[in-house]
Design a protein around this ligand. Sequence first.
Ligand SMILES: Cc1ncc(COP(=O)(O)O)c(C=O)c1O
Length: 494
Amino acid sequence: MTSLLEKFELNRRQLLMERSSPGRIGTTLLPLDVPESELPDSAILREELEMPEVSEGDLVRYFSQISQFNFSIDHNFYPLGSCTMKYNPKLNDEVASLPGLAQIHPLQPESTVQGAIKLLWELQDRLAEITGLVGVSLAPMAGADGELAGMLMTRAYHLERGDTQRKKVLIPDSAHGTNPASAAMAGFDVVSLPSDADGNTDLNAMRAAADDELAALMITLPSTLGLFDTNILEVTQIVRDAGGIVYGDGANLNAIVGRVRLGDLGFDVIHSNLHKTFTQPHGGGGPGSGPVIAGERLVDYLPLPIATRTGSDNNEYFSLGTPPKTIGRMGAFHGNFGALVRAYAYISTLGKEGIPKISEDSVINANYILSQLKGYYDLPYDRTCMHEVVFSARNLKRDHGVSALDVSKRLIDYGIHPPTMYFPLIVEEALMIEPTETESKETLDYFIEVMKTIAQEAADDPDLLHNAPHNTPNTRVDEARAARRPNLRWRRES
Ligand SMILES: Cc1ncc(COP(=O)(O)O)c(C=O)c1O
């Protein structure tokens, strides 16, 4: 016998097709007020196609219920390292929905969208100021797209100088996977650079690799280990002395924004993940925005379009221009315009005083977690961290057979999104925790308490963790198969 509570749970998990009842409809069609027309060729109409027959109420309930199964930053704490899942102020959405911004078309004449182009121009200007570089293209649609743009610009720069032998791009072994992928897509040979025992770039390896075949170094600052590379000035100098380009992966800008400008450290070109540092609801694949920002050596190669201003304050005119040696377009039109508007709204809201608070609070929050969880989880690099802290669950694995995956799955039971796991690849059983600046001390304390409890549970009852999560509609799924071979078709069970 199914108990009432079991029945409730089963009903809640029913798919739409399973809620179907023959003849039930959810729409009220108005009388036809246009001429009736023939249906298309009957050969392409499928009589046997099963459609859900549900009422409007059933439909609303279904979608509202499954929306609750999703995990989002608006629901709970989301310390997903390297992703900067900070709270996205609703004001940004309001600004992006203003009809003058949301209802314009990219093919409209420039003279009718002056405000929108001015917004792009001002955003470019602010990003250049924040990063200490000189030119910005807002066109790339994501961080990886910005990386590809930067690598194509690097290639164009070397080719123009006749440096055709410069094919090598150095990338630290802690890098995000998109870095080598972008360099390879732009036609370069990727060479991995080791980190030293402190998590900095290994300077000896760097010097040995910096020859006349060097096209660029692609480096993330702070690194994906959550550490500020204390060798960075030497590193950028070695690359520049060897005639290479210094590319900065700016995905971790949250840690330094308002305090350190990559342009001042010798970087030639960077991208910024606006959807991370400058807020934009992201995850699940989009939408993002990854402007590419260049110094003097690469500014002429930026992708188009670039917003430009002519005239003076009272008589200004904005247009979309093309840099003299541009690598071309990264996609259609001007990039992800809605994401750009949100970033603009966020930067304007915070202003010059508010921006440094981002990095200050995000770094303090991560170090608070570091100090409280040290001793419970292994800390592979025992240093002050930046905006994220990378722990290792190898102590739990060694002592109790509990992995980073088990810890992550158990966190879900406590209403917390798992941290990034098994990345960076050089940290065994990695748990990469990025609290962001938008979380309160109470939330951090709850997280710390949960993490300590889980460490204790690992010792007392490892299977509790092996079988977690316990309170979700699905427990452990084959994640690789779900991503590569998703089963999106409903079939009636025979
Ligand atoms: C360090 C780092 N670089 C690059 C990227 C790529 O950014 P996107 O996902 O916007 O393509 C990410 C994304 O997580 C990242 O963490």
